[in-house]
Structures are given as C-alpha cells and as structure tokens.
Design a binder for this molecule. Structure first.
Ligand code: PLP
Length: 407
C-alpha cells in the first residue's frame, strides 16, 4: 500500500530528538526559542511564537482580539474544521463564503459578507497556494469597510479595522509577489501537524506582523505569558538562581511547544527549501505532466505569475462527474493499494455545522469543486516509481468508472 502522507522521519531527526531528551531540557526552552528565531528569519516577520498546534494559535489570536458572542468571522466554506471550531469556542459566528476555482476564498464573496459585526477575516491557503492577500488587505482598509467596523476592545480600537488572520496551515514556504507566507497579513498561523509539509509531530507557529502602533515584540512577550497559564515567568527563566517567585496575571491557556517538537522543526526547517520543497515540486510536476494528456483531468493551479505554492496537497479534479462517481473512483484507487484523500469535505456538510443551519446549497463552487476532487500522495519519501504507480492507479480507476457511467 502506498500511504497518503507519512512523515519524514530519518536519522537526523531521531538524533536531534535523542539529543534533546538527553539534554535535560524537554519542555519549552532553548530549542523552541531558536526555532522561533529561525522561522522569523525564514518568513521575514518581526516575531514568531511557537505553540502546540495551529488550532491553538488561531484561538489565541481570536481571544486576544476580543472576538466574542455577537461577532462574525469570515472564512471559506472549504477548509478544515479547525478554522471554524475556534470561532465557535469564542462564542462568535463563523460566516462561510464560497471559493474560487483555485479552491481559495473568493474576494467578491468576502466583500458581500462583511457586516458591522465582522471582526476578523480568515483566509486559508488551501493546499499551499496563497490567497489574494493584496486584495484582501486593501479591502479591509477601504473607507466604507473601515466605517462599518465597530471597535469594542482596546485592541480593536488600536487596529480600527477588520483583522486579517491567515490560516496558513498548508502554506509554509509559499511565495506571493516575492514575499513568503507569514509576512502577507496581520497575523499568520502555520501548522506542523504530522501530515503537514514541515512537521514537529504536533505543533504550530504564529507570525506576528501587526502594523503600528502595535509592538510585535511586546505582544510576543505577552503571548508567551498568555499561552502559559498567564504565568509571568516560564520554566526556563525560573531555573535562574533566585528567580523562583512568579505571578499569574490572567487565567491563560496551556499551549506551549516543547523542545522535543522544536528539535524536529529545526532539522526540517534547515533543509526545507533546498530539499523538501524541491522534492514536492518534482512530484507535483510529474503528476501534472502525466494527467495533462487526459481530457477528463482538471489540473490544480499551483504556480502563477504572482504565486508559488508550498506544494502541500495535489488537488486533482475530474471533469463532469458527480460526488458518487468520485467516491467510486476513490474506492477503485484504494483497491489498487494507493492511499488518496479528499481535501476537504466542506464544513456546511458536517453534522455540527448543518445543525447550526449552514446549507451547502449556498456554496455552489465549494460543492462543485469538492465533489470532483481527489488528493494524491505527496511526501518526501515518495519514490519516482511510486509516483508512476499512483498516476496509473488514478488513470485506470477514472477510465473504468467512466466506462460504467457511459455504458
Ligand atoms: C491542519 C489544519 C489546521 C490545524 O492544524 P493543527 O496544527 O492540527 O491545529 C488548521 N487549518 C487547516 C486548513 C488545516 O489543514
């Protein structure tokens, strides 16, 4: 069986994790601080805060911005549940909008969805392809949109507009107009979950890139406290002689990254551009070359004049098929010992969100693209031979299914 997305665990990762275990420092410490510094350099952003997941980072930022009951947060209907669940945790309302043909949130639909209650927009770089950041950033600063904004907290007054909080769980290393993700919006959150491009087993990072008069350094210090029970000294600083007494300044969360996780991240980041992304790019191009000759194949958009993906997920679509036909193709691919997936089942199709009244009929582009989508394996250790096996399994499964359909 060719698995869908196993992590890259080689001797270098194992050695660094073992070194960390032996170092005597396994919770947040020097390696986490180093990983934050390296990520900030990599993304060219003022500050990076590492946490135990992307979900944690998104929720921390919503809580900080004072998002609460009565508020609205705009996001695509086409995303993973984490994007919306954190809004629910805050008591606020996720406002789903439809997507473009590149799977990313539609600018026009964002504009239509903005109300006096909108506090945050969460673009999601689906599969690693950056959203239209210049347009989104311009939109939130447009006079009539700014006028609609109702600031209720100190932070909201300071920004005096909608916050752009990017869910970049897929897009570390993607490039938009010469700039890397992380630096494209007010705040960007990466995921280092086991299936993501760069993994720390579980983990995430928040890139702080807020405009004046915010002080990103001071915010970083504050978020270290807020993500560790509101405790004004972390374990590392308490190890300094005589530095045992601490205070709790608020009922904070427990979201910190461990040095074991950071050890993996440091190894992965050091070889990310020159090794990981090169391999993933090769896999994307090979798939596209193979499928280009089939009239039923709709290839994903992942490189354009202004945008380069992080080559996270290869989103193949089959033209003119129903959801049932797609599911049939998937089971035939699995029968050929190849693991594939669908990214994502839209949130309005999930029981919880259905019960809240969301209805897939309101998101025709989301449904259309979802119903014809199959995500193919992309990972560092996927061999050239395996790429051929995957492509052949997809091609024969589609053709068999088409024969059934058209008989
Ligand atoms: C994986 C993922 C997340 C959540 O990441 P965690 O690190 O597991 O919390 C959020 N959004 C999207 C789009 C994802 O794919």
């Amino acid at each position: 069986m060719i698995p869908f997305s196993p992590p890259r665990i080689d001797q270098q990762i194992i050695d660094e994790v073992v070194n960390t275990l032996k170092s005597g420092w396994i919770t947040t410490g020097p390696r986490t601080k180093m990983f934050e510094k390296r990520l900030a350099e990599y993304c060219n952003v003022p500050e990076v805060l590492c946490l135990n997941s992307a979900t944690a980072g998104l929720e921390l930022m919503l809580q900080w911005y004072g998002v609460k009951t009565g508020d609205e947060v705009i996001m695509p209907a086409y995303t993973y549940c984490a994007t919306a669940n954190v809004v629910i945790h805050c008591g606020a309302k996720p406002v789903f909008v439809d997507i473009n043909d590149d799977f990313n949130i539609s600018l026009k639909q964002i504009e239509n969805a903005i109300t006096e209650k909108t506090k945050v927009i969460m673009p999601v770089d689906i599969a690693g392809f950056p959203c239209d950041y210049d347009e989104i950033n311009t939109l939130v600063k447009r006079a009539d949109i700014v006028e609609k904004f109702q600031a209720a907290t100190e932070e909201q007054k300071k920004l005096s507009r909608i916050l752009v909080l990017s869910d970049a769980a897929h897009s570390l290393g993607a490039v938009y107009k010469g700039k890397k993700t992380g630096s494209l919006s007010d705040v960007t959150v990466f995921s280092f979950h086991a299936v993501k491009n760069l993994t720390t087993a579980e983990g995430g990072a928040v890139c702080l890139n807020l405009p004046e008069p915010f002080n990103n350094r001071a915010l970083y210090d504050y978020f270290c406290i807020k993500s560790l029970h509101g405790q004004n000294k972390d374990a590392l600083s308490k190890t300094k002689i005589g530095n045992w007494r601490y205070d709790v300044i608020e009922a904070g969360y427990k979201l910190n990254m461990t040095d074991i996780q950071a050890a993996m991240g440091l190894v992965e980041l050091a070889r990310y551009d020159a090794d990981m992304l090169i391999r993933r790019k090769k896999i994307f191009h090979t798939y596209s070359d193979k499928f280009a000759k089939y009239s039923w194949a709709q290839l994903p958009e992942y490189e354009s004049i202004n945008k380069t993906t992080s080559y996270h997920v290869y989103l193949l679509r089959i033209k003119n098929i129903t959801e049932i036909q797609r599911d049939e193709i998937i089971s035939r691919i699995f029968e050929k010992q190849v693991g594939v997936n669908v990214h994502f089942i839209p949130l309005p199709l999930m029981s919880f969100y259905k019960k809240l009244g969301y209805c897939i009929e309101n998101y025709p582009s989301t449904y259309n693209n979802y119903s014809r989508e199959i995500s193919l394996p992309v990972y560092y250790d996927l061999t050239d031979e395996q790429i051929n096996i995957v492509a052949d399994a997809v091609i024969s499964s589609v053709e068999e299914t088409r024969n059934i359909i058209y008989l």
